[in-house]
Design a binder for this molecule. Structure first.
Ligand code: FES
Length: 174
């Protein structure tokens, strides 16, 4: 297992101190760690356990119960595709296949270049807009027809390719 750097450890310490003593601190702490680091490392579960008196197993139980928490670092952009019944009927599977093809991220996983994470989720409670996709927290309805999802992915891929090209060029020049 890779060790966390000091900055990440300090971030976890600050979050734990901020919420300790408040009601329901475990979930609040986990929420902030997820927000700041993009996932819940084991060190965070240990620190939260020590501060709150909950066992590491209990903290782990909370992490795995709520889909908002992840044990692995996510990519720069997170795409959720709803696979609930209403969305499925309106073409969510085809949309998911297309997203996987364009991002090169596996379902419920992250692309090798860490740019995209793709998650298939349960009903997001917006069935009237089916099929629904959420990109970086923003909801897109009628996602197969509007092509917004596809356009967003293409834009990000283009930008990333450009950035990598520029980085390589500056390495050659310097
Ligand atoms: S089934 Fe997709 S939002 Fe409800």
């Amino acid at each position: 297992m890779e060790r966390l750097n000091q900055k990440a450890l300090d971030t976890i310490t600050d979050i734990v101190a901020r919420h300790n003593g408040r009601l329901g601190p475990v979930k609040l702490m986990l929420h902030d760690v997820q927000h700041e680091l993009g996932y819940i490392p084991f060190e965070a579960m240990e620190k939260i356990s020590q501060a709150t008196g909950a066992s590491v197993a209990e903290v782990y139980g909370v992490v795995t119960f709520y889909t908002q928490f992840t044990l692995e670092p996510k990519g720069k952009h997170v795409i959720n595709i709803c696979m609930g019944t209403a969305c499925y009927v309106k073409g969510a599977q085809e949309l998911l296949n297309r997203v996987v093809e364009l991002t090169k991220a596996p379902v419920n996983g992250t692309s090798e270049d860490k740019v995209f994470s793709v998650d298939a989720t349960r009903c997001l409670g917006a069935c009237g807009l089916a099929p629904v996709a959420i990109i970086d927290g923003r909801v897109y309805g009628n996602a197969t027809q509007s092509k917004m999802v596809e356009e967003f992915i293409r834009f990000v891929v283009e930008q990333e390719t450009k950035t990598k090209r520029e980085e390589r060029l500056s390495e050659v020049v310097s």
